[in-house]
Design a protein around this ligand. Structure first.
Ligand SMILES: [Zn+2]
Length: 94
């Protein structure tokens, strides 16, 4: 097995992941954990559609489990909600 960078294509962009290539058959094995994370990132970059709910006088937005896991968010963490223009809401960790 030989270490090798593998290019994965996402739409018009590429991401490189480290993999192991078998010199006998040419098959490449990707690090499953890294690959999983990249696939998840690709999905999350496109945006996740969620519904706005309400709780008392406030509106609530649920953070999907995929987003929670990717960012390592947990109950009790603080985030900053910021408005960017008339239609953009940005939620930042920390
Ligand atoms: Zn092989």
């Amino acid at each position: 097995m030989k270490k090798e960078k593998v290019r994965l294509r996402f739409g018009e962009s590429y991401v490189e992941v480290e993999g192991l290539r078998c010199e006998k058959c040419g098959e490449t094995l990707l690090d499953p954990e890294k690959t999983q994370r990249i696939l998840l990132l690709n999905k999350l970059l496109k945006g996740v559609r969620v519904k706005v709910g309400s709780l008392g006088k406030s509106l609530i937005i649920r953070i999907p489990a995929d987003v929670r896991d990717f960012l390592g968010l947990a109950k009790g963490d603080e985030v900053v909600i910021r408005i960017s223009g008339d239609e953009k809401l940005i939620v930042e960790k920390g």
